[in-house]
Design a protein around this ligand. Structure first.
Ligand code: WT7
Length: 646
């Protein structure tokens, strides 16, 4: 039995949170269950509306094939009314964004008044470049304040942003430009991270060859010489700096698209998940306020990248809607050393901090002095996201970083869910190291066994969610049938998360990881199919299969089984080609950890690769490979076992 860690006594004191104990959690959970429309309309009312919504949910999971669900459909607003403009009036001189650059101590602060000015200038510049309401614009940048400004400026004019993580290759960027039909790209000369620079503008140039993208807005970050296409490329410091700081934010219906974010699935190309303005913002701000128990004078630090959904919901939209100072961090947890996060916490007096288990494990592997030499007395809440957190890492975060005084919240959610779904509420929920604990009000998980039968009480199963909540993605951009097929493949009315989970006797959820062909490496979500496509593109490769396996630091590692064409054999050169193909076709973060050249793949007689066997071998769990008698050629399994890398 795992231990229960009570809420630290200091956490609840003075909290404006309506949910301060488990009784209140139960009460709110029941209130949403009884009348979701009333509950969420009341939460939506905390946003600024030009026409307040009177409608709650339209549609249902049972009718999802007929079209997307909608929330607050008759409401009209612009996310700026809530995220920027009201705070620029109420607290113009307070810090909205605090930026910590790559080199320790390089900081910039934008007050709410300055943020509003900058966003308005940028919006005017984008309009001058021809971007219109409803059109798509790509943001391909590093972690600079201008990335948030660009996102906000695009939203201000009623256009749709699609942020592409700066590690993606030209090939991946091209796919996203094409799929979204983007007509503008915002980028920078180069990015900076961990004392190094990485190319951005030149990658954009490569991605846009043959594409019809008439405008590229380029921020100067490092001052490097970059290729230039006159007539298409415009410098930020020319176009934005000279633009007017007066701009009227477009009036948008609550269900108008806010952003598209591409994410990997188990098959095919990455999917563009579409989030809309009203429900998404309600969810991002409510979950941020509730789970992390934020207070008006907090300094909130989410050290994710804006290229992932965590950055959208918890660097930009949630904190800004809540009027809380949000920190943007350009560097890495280990630059210049393992003390960097706590140096940032001490200097900026951070009150709540949100990171990924992989970063915690990397820092915990170093001396505790890196943490304890910095003043962390301002910290109240410590969050994690992105992958299951092992009990040891949880303990270390709680004991060493939090000195036992801080609430630790392990938050489970996905790009598709828009915001946190299963997590402790900091002042309310006793925790257990490694558990995501309880569903938030409005989230109704169900576990199904392999025959799609509901698991009652404690047990393991595949995690589904059965009722719509305001923050969920509405559809896949341009492909609603794929949305339905991907997320509602099985029992009617159930959203498939792709994760497995265990529910314990207290009703707490422990997420066990993906049960589909998605790999999560250091919080980066990638599809095995993407790796397989990249590797199979090589002339020397006949076929391949890629699976994830447990990795002590990264959560999961990538294991590739590769069958070479006749005449080729395993060599350092072949390995280098494989790595290069993944880098070029996916991105710099797509590295294969283990490559095993095998004589063949285990297949059924109908030719289906038995991935279960390959997964077990990669996990080092070879005692019981299950039934291999149905294999076309059972001897390949022995050959693979002999050469296994783990
Ligand atoms: C997948 C979603 C959510 C923002 C960052 C990742 C895994 C996420 C947890 C957690 C266990 C987690 C799941 C999920 N995941 N948070 N607290 N415990 N697993 O977003 O790229 O859409 O990935 O990340 O497997 O399905 P994403």
């Amino acid at each position: 039995m795992s231990e229960i860690v009570p809420v630290p006594p200091s956490i609840g004191a003075g909290s404006p949170n309506p949910i301060v104990d488990l009784g209140a959690w139960r009460d709110h959970y029941q209130r949403v269950a009884n009348d979701p429309d009333a509950y969420w309309l009341a939460e939506a009312a905390r946003l600024v509306w030009r026409t307040p919504p009177t409608r709650g949910l339209d549609g249902s999971f049972y009718e999802i094939a007929d079209g997307p669900i909608a929330w607050f459909a008759d409401g009209v607003h612009n996310v700026h009314d809530s995220c920027v403009d009201r705070h620029a009036v109420a607290t113009p001189d307070r810090a909205a964004i605090v930026w910590e650059g790559d080199e320790p101590g390089t900081t910039r602060t934008l007050t709410w008044a300055q943020l509003k000015d900058e966003v308005c200038r940028c919006a005017n510049a984008l309009e001058a470049l021809g971007l219109q309401r409803g059109e798509r614009a790509i943001v391909y940048m590093g972690m600079v304040p201008e990335a948030a400004i660009a996102m906000l400026a695009i939203a201000r004019i009623g256009a749709v942003h699609s942020v592409v993580f700066g590690g993606f290759s030209a090939e991946s960027l091209r796919d996203r430009v094409r799929d979204s039909g983007a007509r503008l790209v915002v980028t920078q000369d180069e990015g900076r991270r961990g004392g190094r620079t990485f190319a951005l503008k030149s990658v954009v140039d490569e991605a846009l060859v043959g594409a019809h993208v008439p405008a590229v807005l380029v921020l100067r970050r490092t001052g490097a010489e970059v290729p230039w296409s006159p007539g298409r490329d415009v410098w930020w410091h020319d176009a934005v700096a000279s633009a007017s700081s007066a701009h009227e934010a477009a009036a948008m219906p609550a269900e108008s698209p806010l952003f598209i974010l591409y994410t990997s699935g188990s098959t095919g190309k990455p999917k563009g998940l579409l989030h809309t303005t009203g429900g998404y913002l309600t969810w991002a701000s409510w979950t941020h306020r509730t789970v992390f128990d934020v207070r008006p004078d907090d300094v909130w630090a989410c050290v994710a990248d804006v290229g992932w959904v965590t950055g959208h919901s918890y660097i930009v939209y949630g904190p800004l809607a809540n009027g809380v100072t949000t920190l943007m961090f350009e560097s890495t947890p280990l630059y210049p050393d393992a003390g960097r996060y706590w140096d940032v916490v001490a200097r900026h007096k951070v009150t709540a901090f949100y990171t990924a288990p992989t970063a915690i494990r990397a820092i915990a592997a170093c001396s505790a002095d890196f943490v304890t030499k910095y003043d962390r007395s301002t910290l109240r809440v410590l969050g994690t996201v992105g992958e299951p957190i092992n009990a040891d890492a949880w303990r270390w975060y709680h004991d060493v970083v939090g000195a036992g005084r801080c609430a630790v919240v392990d938050t489970w959610w996905q790009t598709e869910t828009g915001g946190i779904c299963i997590a402790p509420i900091a002042p309310a929920t006793p925790t257990k190291p490694g558990a995501a604990t309880l569903p938030l009000p409005g989230i109704t998980p169900i576990l199904l066994d392999n025959q799609d039968r509901p698991v009652r009480g404690p047990g393991n199963g595949r995690l589904f969610l059965t009722t719509p909540w305001p923050g969920m993605a509405r559809t896949i951009w341009g492909d609603h049938p794929r949305f339905v097929a991907t997320y509602f493949p099985g029992p009617p009315g159930m959203y498939l998360t792709g994760d497995g989970a265990r529910r314990d006797a207290d009703g707490y959820y422990w997420i066990t990881g993906r049960v589909d062909d998605v790999i999560n490496v250091s919080g980066h979500r990638m599809g095995t199919a993407e790796f397989e496509g990249a590797i199979a593109s090589l002339d020397e490769v006949a076929e391949c299969a890629v699976v994830g396996y447990p990795h002590a630091l990264k959560g999961q590692g990538v294991y590739a089984y590769v069958v070479l064409q006749a005449g080729f054999s395993a060599s350092a050169e072949v390995e280098a080609h494989i790595q290069a193909a993944c880098r070029t076709l996916i991105g710099a973060h797509a590295r294969v950890d283990l490559i095993q050249v095998v004589p063949g793949l285990p297949k059924t007689r109908s030719g289906k690769v038995m991935r279960r066997i390959l997964r077990k071998i990669a996990e080092g769990d070879t005692s019981n490979l299950g039934d291999t008698s149905t294999l076309n050629d059972p001897t390949v399994v022995d050959a693979i076992l002999r050469g296994a890398k783990v």
